[in-house]
Design a protein around this ligand. Structure first.
Ligand code: T5A
Length: 209
C-alpha cells in the first residue's frame, strides 16, 4: 500500500467532521495531481455501512445490546476496509477517516467495559491488521462537546449515553495516546482556525506530501 491513512478521533462534538473537511481541501491543494484525498467515516463509509449506521444510531430508543453493538461496528469496519480504505491506499491516495479502531477501544472498551483482548480480536478480524499512519485526536471536555451536539439538534443513541460513559471514553483516548506514538493530541477547545493551523503544521512535519 503506497497511500497514507490518517484518522480523526475524539469524543462527541469534538470537531472531527469540521476539521476533516478543511484538511481535505488544504491537502488536495498541496498534493501532486496523481494523489486524491478521500474523506470517509465510520460507521457509514459504505452502502452496507450506512444501513448499519442507521441500526446503531438513528433510533435513540432501539435496544442494541452491547455485544451486538461491538459486532456491528466491527462489521461496518470490515466492509469499509475491504471495499474503500484498502483499495484507495493501494492506488496511492490519501484517506482521511472520521473514526477507526481507536473509537471501538474507547467507546466499547473504556465506555461499555469490554476486555481489550476482545476488542482487539474484533478489530484484527475487521482490519486484517491495518492501522493508521497518523491519528489526530481532537481532545475536548465532554460537556463542551455534548453541548455543541445539543445545540446542533437531536442527539443520537450514543450521544444520549450518560456523562460518565463519555468521560470514560475520553479517558480511553488519553490512555491510548500515552501508549501509541501514532496518536497526536490536539487541544480542540479553540477556534476552528487555530485547530486547523495545528493540523496543517503536523502534516507538513510528516513530509509525506
Ligand atoms: N462509535 C463509532 C463507537 O461507539 N464505536 C466505533 O467503533 C465507532 C467507529 C458515531 C458514533 O458511533 C460511536 C461514536 C459516535 O457516538 P457520529 O455521528 O459519526 O456517530 O458522531 P461523531 O463522530 O461524534 O460526529 P459529530 O458530528 O457528533 O462530532 P464531530 O464530527 O466531532 O464534530 P463536528 O465537526 O460535527 O462539530 C460539532 C458541532 O460543533 C461545531 C460544529 O459547527 C458543529 O455544530 N464546532 C465547533 N464549535 C466551536 N468551536 C470549534 N472549534 C468547533 N468545531 C466544530
Amino acid at each position: 500500500m503506497s497511500g497514507k491513512f490518517i484518522v480523526f478521533e475524539g469524543v462527541e462534538g469534538s470537531g472531527k467532521t469540521t476539521q476533516i473537511q478543511q484538511t481535505a481541501t488544504w491537502l488536495q491543494s498541496w498534493c501532486s495531481q496523481d494523489k486524491t484525498v478521500i474523506i470517509t467515516r465510520e460507521p457509514g463509509g459504505t452502502k452496507l455501512g450506512r444501513q448499519i449506521r442507521q441500526l446503531l444510531l438513528d433510533d435513540p430508543h432501539s435496544c442494541v445490546g452491547n455485544r451486538a453493538e461491538l459486532l456491528l461496528y466491527g462489521a461496518d469496519r470490515a466492509q469499509h476496509v475491504e471495499s474503500v480504505i484498502k483499495p484507495q491506499l493501494d492506488r496511492g491516495n490519501i484517506v482521511l477517516c472520521d473514526r477507526f479502531t481507536d473509537s471501538t477501544i474507547a467507546y466499547q472498551g473504556y465506555g461499555r467495559g469490554f476486555d481489550r483482548a476482545e476488542i482487539d480480536k474484533v478489530n484484527q478480524l475487521a482490519t486484517g491488521g491495518l492501522h493508521s499512519d497518523l491519528t489526530l485526536w481532537l481532545d475536548l471536555d465532554v460537556t463542551v462537546g455534548l453541548q455543541r451536539v445539543l445545540e446542533r439538534g437531536k442527539p443520537d443513541r450514543m450521544e444520549q449515553a450518560a456523562l460518565e460513559f463519555h468521560q470514560r471514553v475520553r479517558q480511553g483516548y488519553q490512555e491510548l495516546a500515552n501508549v501509541y506514538p501514532r496518536i497526536v493530541r490536539i487541544d480542540a477547545d479553540r477556534t476552528q482556525a487555530a485547530i486547523q493551523m495545528e493540523i496543517q503544521s503536523i502534516l507538513i512535519q510528516t513530509k509525506w506530501f
